[in-house]
Design a binder for this molecule. Structure first.
Ligand code: LMG
Ligand code: NDP
Ligand code: PMR
Length: 401
């Protein structure tokens, strides 16, 4: 309830009028003990210089503090002259045609001054999805990206650069999950599909776009890679078999091709559910290696997150029908780990632009009150040596080394 109340306040949300402000207005509201205020004394809540800098420069953001749901103060002190020249805040979201990616695109567009580049494999589906959730035309562009093809990743980067838009935030969100596949399938370059798409495609994309992020002159520069609880064996969910385990990475070294090497990172027999969980471990390790190598030098924030169990998304499309039927009520009423797509999208949107979530190298999670906190990763998902090895092998596989 508190979780819903924190963000599902459509009637209390109004979009800013042209030229006036860039953040979301939330009227005086109190729900389930949660107070959401319009004229928030934000300087009490945020590191002051930081918050002021954000406001002056017109960065749209959500603010959520421990035990209290709040929303971004309105930018009142911006000069009108500044407004005229202020550019949109540009965020690339992969896999924005459904589920979490689409909900995030919607939440970002609602901030007002944000332009979402929806990087999707199915152009028409993405266009329809954007329209169906009511994202205004001026707040999004669909660009083709098939993460299961490294050629397509390179093509996307070229197209994006040709668009002339600066890049402020990259969100690596897309994923495939094949829990019922008996045999592996492969990407264009012959990597097992789940790790090939979820990890290697994103690895190349993020590496190539790092230069663009570096060039951003916005106060917010972030690279976010979506992780998950199921890749973390320090949790109950991460202990449901098959468990993630990258082993000594021998299958990855061999190229995951299922011919001269195993299609699995650890060199074992193919298991689609495990391959997905392994890919999420790769996502979380990659974020940490980016942080270690580039945070200090570039000032870019690198982060990962577990948005909650969004049991209704297309991720489970290949699962057996009985699972798809029982999984949402199971998560809602038994584990209580369920979150709606809308709520999860708002969480990811916070990681994109909220100044209080600026810290780099963090794996964010949310508690029952929908307050964000820095979560602990499992031993394997925080193994610095494995992160380094994964980075080096991945570089070779995607042709960067
Ligand atoms: C596996 O199959 C594959 O076998 C494996 O290879 C891999 O691909 C894996 O991670 C992917 O998927 C999935 C699934 C098939 O198998 C399982 O999940 C095994 C466990 C199922 C056992 C169910 C018992 C669960 C006990 C939960 C807690 C106890 C609750 C007690 C009930 C109290 C009621 C008040 O199986 C299925 O497809 C069906 C299983 C669906 C999984 C979701 C669990 C549902 C549990 C029942 C929930 C009922 C919800 C009702 C809510 C109403 C409450 C008021
Ligand atoms: P969805 O299936 O709804 O969304 C996945 C998106 O990825 C879709 O837009 C899909 O495109 C896109 N995609 C798949 N393959 C490719 C590809 N080759 N190239 C480009 N895009 C591709 O699932 P979710 O929204 O649930 O998943 C989003 C993220 O959230 C994933 O990273 C997942 O691991 C993570 N996550 C999800 C949880 C959940 O409970 N659902 C829990 C924790 C993390 P298309 O629409 O064309 O199929
Ligand atoms: Mg899991 C607190 C308990 C919890 C949470 C938060 C999740 C999240 N799951 C929990 C518990 C359990 N799950 C239990 C007790 C079971 C046995 C019945 C169980 C089973 C289960 C299955 C079969 N759960 C699953 C599956 C999947 O196929 C999903 C998966 O592993 O995808 C890789 C899944 C998930 N459980 C979650 C989350 C978030 C998922 C979705 C996948 C993800 O993106 O990580």
């Amino acid at each position: 309830m508190a979780l819903q109340a924190a963000f599902s306040l459509p009637s209390a949300i109004s979009t800013p009028k042209e030229g006036k402000c860039t953040a979301v207005h939330i009227k005086e509201t109190s729900l389930a003990g949660i107070s959401v205020r319009d004229h928030l004394q934000d300087d009490l809540l945020l590191p002051t210089t930081f918050a002021k800098d954000f406001r002056k420069r017109g960065v749209p953001f959500f603010v959520v503090r421990a035990q209290t749901a709040t929303t971004a103060p309105i930018i009142k002190d911006s000069q009108p002259e500044q407004k005229k020249t202020e550019r949109q805040f540009n965020v690339v979201v992969t896999g924005a045609s459904s589920g979490l990616g689409l909900a995030t695109a919607k939440a970002l567009a609602e901030l007002g001054n944000c332009h979402v580049i929806m990087a999707c494999r199915n152009f028409l589906k993405a266009e329809k999805a954007a329209k169906s959730v009511g994202i205004p035309k001026e707040n999004y562009t669909v660009m083709h990206l098939d993460l299961a093809s490294l050629e397509s990743v390179r093509q996307f980067v070229d197209n994006f650069r040709r668009s002339g838009r600066p890049l402020d935030v990259l969100v690596c969100n897309a994923a495939v999950y094949q829990p019922t596949a008996k045999e592996p399938s492969f990407t264009a370059e012959g990597f097992e599909l789940s790790v090939g798409t979820n990890h290697l495609g994103h690895f190349l994309l993020a590496r190539l776009l790092l230069d663009d992020l570096k060039q951003s002159d916005y106060p917010v520069k972030r690279l976010i890679i979506v992780g998950s609880i199921t890749g973390n064996t320090n949790t109950l969910a991460g202990n449901i078999p098959p468990k993630a385990n990258l082993g000594d990475l021998r299958g990855l070294v061999g190229g995951l091709n299922g011919v001269s090497s195993s299609p699995m990172i650890d060199g074992g027999e193919f298991d689609g559910a495990k391959a997905y969980k392994d890919s999420k471990v790769c996502n979380m390790l990659t974020m940490q290696e980016f942080h270690r190598l580039y945070h200090e030098e570039t000032g870019i924030t690198f982060a990962s997150l577990y948005p909650g169990c969004i049991a209704t998304t297309g991720l489970f499309r290949e699962h057996v029908p009985l699972f798809r039927l029982l999984f949402p009520p199971f998560q809602k009423y038994i584990t209580k780990g369920y979150v709606s797509e809308e709520e999860a999208g708002k969480r990811l949107a916070q990681v994109v632009s909220d100044p209080s979530l600026e810290k780099s190298g963090v794996y964010w999670s949310w508690n029952k009150n929908s307050s964000s906190f820095e979560n602990q990763l499992s031993k394997e998902a925080s193994d610095a040596e494995k992160a380094r090895k994964l980075w080096e092998i991945s570089e070779k596989l995607v042709g960067l080394a």
